[in-house]
Structure formats: C-alpha cells, structure tokens
Design a protein around this ligand. Structure first.
Ligand code: FAD
Ligand code: NAG
Ligand code: NAG
Ligand code: NAG
Ligand code: NAG
Ligand code: NAG
Ligand code: NAG
Ligand code: NAG
Ligand code: NAG
Length: 543
C-alpha cells in the first residue's frame, strides 16, 4: 500500500532532468532521484528500450552480452558519481552493478542483468600541452575519457603529430585496455599504456571523485590500475603521456602457401632474433579465413603481417641537419622484411601505407562481431622453432576438430606477436613498479577462437589449456617465470599467473577502495568482504 503510494507519487512528478526511456525508474526512489541529478544530456534506458538494446549488442564476445534492467549513460564525471551512489540504493544495483567501455573484455565483467553504467557517451579526447595536475607535469598529454574507443582517440590525434599507445583494433575500449596493460603498435618503441599513464581521474565506489598519480595520496590506486583492471573504481579520464605520431605506417599482409610453412616459421624465429628497429614489428598467425576476406569460403591460412612506422626522430632531424649519432635510422620496409619473406611462396600480397590514425582499421576486418569469442594467451621471452611448430599444430588441430564437430571457427586465429627488447628503454625496472609484473620483455601469444554453440564452450577452453601448456612448458625450459598478460587473461589462469607476487597488495587496495565489494563481476580480488559474500576468485596462492 505504502509502496504503491510512493510509486504513484513519483509518477506524477513532472519532467525529469535526464532523458529516460522506459518505466523502470518510476517505482524506484533511487532511480527517480538519479534522473533529476544527471545532466540533461545523460540518459537512462530500461530493458527493451532502444538504448538498452543497443548496449546489449555492443559486446564483442557474444556470450558476454546480457540484457540489463537499467542502463545509465552518463556524460560527466558527476553523472558517474551520482550513478554509482544511486546503484547502491536501487534494488537493481545492490547485487549486480557493472560498467562498460568498449565491451571487448573477456572476463564477463562489463555486462550485467541488473544495473549497468555504459560509459560510451564519455568519449572525447584532448591533446593538452604543459599540463599540471597536482604533483605531475606532463609536457604533452593525450587525455581520453573513460568511455572512448581507440578509433575515437586516433580520429582526434590523427595528423596532429602526437598520439597515444592504443589498441591495434579501433573498436577496443580505452577503459579495459588502459587498466589491463595496453599493448599497441607503438608499445615496442615507447612502452605499454600502463607505463605511459601519468594521472587518472577516478570515481570511487563512495561516489567521491579523485585524481590518482604515481606520487600523490592515491598512488596505491594508481598502481593498482596499472594492470590490475577495473576492480577499484571507474576511470573517467586517462592522462597518457603522448608519443610522436608516426609520419608513415606501412603494412605488408602476406598469405603463405602451405608448402612454405616450415620456412616461414624459421624466418619468423630469425626476425624475432635479429630485428633491431623498435619501429618495425611482425605478427605470425594461423587462422581460419576466407582468402579474399570479403567473400569465398574460409580455409586454414598462415598470414604474416609486417609493419614499419617511420622513426620520427630520423624524420624530425634529417631535414634540419645531421642525425645525432645515438639514433639508428631504419632500413626501408622491403629491406626490413626481406629476410622474413626469403624463399617463401606467397599466395597473396597486400601492402598498405596509411596515416597512423587509420592503422587500426586495417585489423578490424579480422576480428568481426557476432560470434562467441575468446582472446587469451600467455607470453614467452624467446621464440624457437619447436615452440612455433607445436603451437601452430595445436591451432590446426583446434580448427580441424571444430569443423569435425560441425562448428564454424570463422575468423578464429592464433597469433604470435613480436615485442621489441626492453620496450626500447621504456619498460619498468622492477616487477613491483606496476600491478602487472612485466620487467621481463616478452612476446605475446593470442588464441582467439570463434564458435557458435554454448555446448562447445568447454571444448574451446580445453584447446586453450593445451595451447597455454605449450607456452608455459616452453618458457619454463628457457627462462624465468613470465606473468600472463592481463588483457589476454585465460579462463582458468589463477591470480598468480597474471599478477605474480603483487596479489596481496592488490587485495589490500581492493579492500580499501571497494570496501563493500560492489565491483564483483569477472576477476575479483579476494578481500575479506569479497570472500564473505562469495564473489572472490583471485587469491594470493597458486592453484
Ligand atoms: C578484437 C580485440 C582486439 C584487441 N586488441 C588489443 C590490443 O591491440 N592490445 C591490447 O593490449 N589488448 C587488446 N585487446 C584486449 C583488450 O585490451 C581487453 O579486452 C580490454 O579489456 C578491452 O577493453 P574494453 O574497454 O573494450 O572492455 P570492457 O568489456 O568495456 O571492459 C573490460 C574491463 O575493464 C573495465 N573498465 C572499462 N572501462 C573502464 C574505466 N573507464 N575505468 C575502469 N575500468 C573500466 C570493465 O568494467 C571491465 O572489467 C583486444 C581485444 C579484442 C577483443
Ligand atoms: C535480450 O533481449 C532481446 C530482446 O529485446 C533478446 O532477443 C535477447 O535474446 C536477449 N539477450 C539475452 C542474453 O538474454
Ligand atoms: C557471465 O556471468 C553471468 C552472471 O552474471 C553468468 O550467468 C554467465 O554464465 C557468465 N557467462 C560466461 C560466459 O562466463
Ligand atoms: C560519443 O559521445 C557523444 C556525446 O556524449 C554521443 O552523442 C555519441 O553517441 C557517442 N558516440 C558513440 C559511438 O557512442
Ligand atoms: C588523417 O590525417 C591525414 C593527414 O595526416 C589525412 O590525409 C587523413 O585523411 C586523415 N584521416 C582521417 C580519418 O581523418
Ligand atoms: C588478396 O587479398 C586482397 C585483400 O584481402 C583481396 O582483395 C584479393 O582479392 C586477394 N587476392 C587473391 C588472389 O586472393
Ligand atoms: C618493395 O617491393 C615491392 C614488391 O616486391 C616493389 O613493388 C616495390 O617497388 C619495392 N619498394 C622499394 C622502395 O623498393
Ligand atoms: C633465445 O634463444 C637463442 C637460442 O637458444 C639464443 O641464442 C638467444 O640469445 C636467446 N635470446 C634471448 C633474447 O634470450
Ligand atoms: C588439419 O586438416 C588439414 C586439412 O585436412 C590437414 O592438412 C592437417 O594436417 C590437419 N592438421 C592437424 C593438426 O590435424
């Protein structure tokens, strides 16, 4: 009776401030209040309304899309703060709060069937010079909002001479990427995104808005978000120290005839050993693709990609005078990749020379939406023939077995990704420097399976386990323990595999900034409260 009365009362209150679709707010006092607090440009969309439906389709791995009961689209940091506070009083938010940026995450953390904050309307980017933020000064910062995707960032930086270390596919969100490591085309030359972050504007779970830097009173929060992911608060703006925008970006995409596969693997190993240009890199891959990406029936293909960005130092200096002796300028594209292509029969050759701002769009075709997907893989410090052979054969086995069980592994791929030693001097000096231990430079492996039926989830994970084991065994035989890459976290990887000895500190920081464990989807650090409520799944011990 009483509830019904409130409900009627709320219904007759005149026009709210934010745009509201659907009627999920009328009987929820916290949501009604929220609708008045939000900016007029913000929105609330209830299940089955157009914006909610649009949100449900934004998840790159189809298995992660859920229908939220209520989706809030904030446009300012204050909006985010109000939403976070409303969620704790709304009956939809107390158990099931989540927030999403690009929707490419692989831990099932960024969707919710309850209360969801969709950050995608906070998508602007600014280039700021001589920026002073509390105790840090940044000569040039790329300031990107927490709901942007990389295409939006590079659209803004394109042609300015400055850019950020961002994802290699334009639809990836800045939020998950920048808190989970951040390996971009330019990471080998300038370091990972987490190593280039200088400040974070964060909405805490209390609703308080803070600035975290490496040295201020929120330095623990800053550290945790350098690879610990989105378990501590919502970043509304990232401040990354800019890198020079390459003046040219050349790509070669080569399909290797099966007869040449052995040779191509040897050439790949040789490239990994001998490359001495931080602006040149390559990817080796085996995937199930149509030869002509636009049509034709798919088949198992080996695709090698060689990329060279112009070394900006050479191009900056050369017109004005002699190049300083410490700068080693690069060989041309053909000379750089002649060894990689030596003796190979190529079925298709495509080359591109695009503005850096468009480089991510070359990869987009290879990673389509609409399938159940994974994006997983450990790393290794040294690539050898037996390793590449074993992993490639395991990938082929996965494709063959998928087909045998009637699956469509379309666009499934295994990729071996080159990383320049020491990230060209930009790597961290200790494993405690950031939440993700990554002193030892390593090359990434990536298994990105693709399938339709939920019945095959376990089959796919078994293949991932087998591929991971090949990398783990190989690494154990040649060198030190290397943590898995947080942004490629495997379904069964335990916390130690990803964060090594940094977990205990991450758990303490989780307890401090999210004392009620309100962020508890995906990978959840085992604070006492998260354990008590049954949500913890990242523990300090090895499983
Ligand atoms: C096709 C594809 C290409 C990729 N390419 C690369 C690549 O080149 N390099 C690379 O390093 N990785 C790459 N990745 C991995 C990618 O970085 C991770 O999947 C990342 O988590 C995606 O971020 P997102 O914002 O799109 O994901 P979401 O699913 O939106 O979020 C992932 C996690 O981050 C949290 N989060 C999102 N926004 C924020 C925020 N503003 N503040 C705090 N937490 C937040 C979410 O709550 C969730 O826990 C790729 C993935 C895919 C699927
Ligand atoms: C979400 O709702 C739509 C209808 O609006 C439905 O087609 C879809 O299957 C639902 N998705 C999930 C994951 O429940
Ligand atoms: C994702 O999480 C939901 C609960 O929020 C769960 O029901 C679902 O099975 C999970 N999906 C995957 C693929 O992990
Ligand atoms: C980016 O944000 C603007 C303004 O908030 C919004 O209108 C637009 O739809 C957003 N773009 C995307 C792709 O979500
Ligand atoms: C990017 O900048 C280049 C010039 O540097 C220009 O030719 C190109 O059209 C721009 N691309 C976009 C998408 O703005
Ligand atoms: C080679 O690849 C390009 C780009 O995907 C495609 O347009 C072309 O048709 C392919 N050529 C052959 C012979 O397959
Ligand atoms: C590089 O090689 C391609 C194909 O072999 C050739 O067409 C092109 O002219 C070469 N470029 C240079 C600068 O030598
Ligand atoms: C990788 O292994 C080879 C052969 O075992 C060795 O010669 C080389 O120095 C190693 N490289 C690195 C970076 O460890
Ligand atoms: C997969 O199937 C192809 C084509 O039938 C075959 O050539 C290849 O040897 C098989 N590979 C594995 C590892 O089963």
């Amino acid at each position: 009776m009483y509830l019904q009365f409130i409900c009627i009362l709320l219904l007759i209150i005149p026009a709210t401030s934010a745009f509201v679709q659907g009627d999920c707010i009328s009987c929820d006092a916290a949501l009604t209040k929220l609708s008045f607090q939000l900016s007029p440009e913000a929105a609330i969309s209830c299940r089955n309304s157009p914006l909610q439906k649009q949100n449900a389709k934004r998840y790159w791995g189809k298995q992660y899309g859920k229908n939220a009961t209520i989706v809030v689209f904030p446009v300012t940091k204050e909006d985010v703060s109000h939403a976070v506070q409303a969620a704790s009083f709304s009956r939809y938010g107390e158990r099931d709060l989540a927030f999403v940026c690009g929707g490419h995450g692989q831990t099932n953390a960024s969707s919710s069937s309850g209360f969801l904050i969709d950050l995608s309307w906070m998508n602007s980017t600014k280039i700021l010079h001589n920026l002073i933020l509390e105790d840090v000064t940044i000569s040039t910062a790329i300031a990107y909002q927490g709901g942007a995707i990389w295409k939006q960032v590079t659209d803004t930086t394109n042609g300015t001479g400055f850019t950020a270390v961002g994802a290699r596919v334009g639809s990836v969100g800045v939020g998950g990427f920048s808190t989970g490591g951040g390996i971009g085309f330019l990471a080998g030359a300038y370091g990972y995104a987490i190593d280039r972050l200088r400040a974070l504007e964060v909405v805490l779970m209390s609703g308080k808005i803070v600035l975290a830097t490496k040295t201020n009173r929120y330095s623990d929060l800053f550290w945790a978000m350098q690879g610990g992911g989105g378990q501590f608060g919502i970043v509304t703006t990232f401040y990354q120290e800019a890198v020079p925008e390459p003046t040219s970006s050349q790509f070669g995409v080569w399909i290797v005839a099966r007869k040449s596969w052995e040779r191509a693997r040897q050439n790949t190993v040789d490239f990994f050993r001998s490359n001495n240009d931080p602006y040149s890199l390559m990817y080796y891959s085996l995937g199930y693709y149509p030869e002509d990406l636009a049509k034709a029936k798919p088949t198992t293909l080996m695709v090698m990609v060689g990329i060279q960005f112009a070394n900006p130092e050479c191009h900056l200096h050369s017109p004005y005078g002699p190049i300083p002796s410490h700068i080693r300028c690069q060989k041309g594209f053909n000379a750089t990749f002649s060894g990689l292509l030596d003796g190979l029969i190529l079925e298709n050759i495509s080359t591109y020379n695009v503005p850096y701002g468009q480089a991510t769009e070359l990869s987009t075709l290879f990673f389509p939406y609409g399938h159940r997907r994974g994006f997983w893989g450990p790393q290794t410090s040294n690539v050898t023939m037996p390793f590449v052979d074993a992993a490639s054969k395991q990938m082929e086995l996965y494709i063959n077995q998928s087909l045998n069980r009637g699956e469509s592994p379309d666009s499934a791929v295994w990729v071996l990704q080159y990383m320049y030693p020491g990230q060209n001097g930009h790597g961290p000096t200790s494993d405690e420097a950031t939440a993700w231990p990554h002193t030892q430079t390593a090359h990434q492996t990536l298994f990105s399976p693709s399938w339709r039926s939920a019945e095959n989830d376990a089959f796919v994970v078994r293949h991932n386990d087998a591929l991971n084991q090949i990398t783990y065994d190989h690494q154990a035989s040649i060198g030190p323990f290397i943590a898995d890459y947080p942004n490629y976290i495997s379904p069964k990887a335990d916390g130690h595999r990803v964060w090594g000895d940094n977990i205990e500190r991450l758990i303490r920081i989780k307890a401090k900034y999210d004392p009620e464990c309100r962020i508890h989807q995906g990978r959840v650090f085992a604070s006492d409260t998260c354990i008590e409520r049954g949500w913890a799944n990242v523990y300090p011990w090895k499983s």
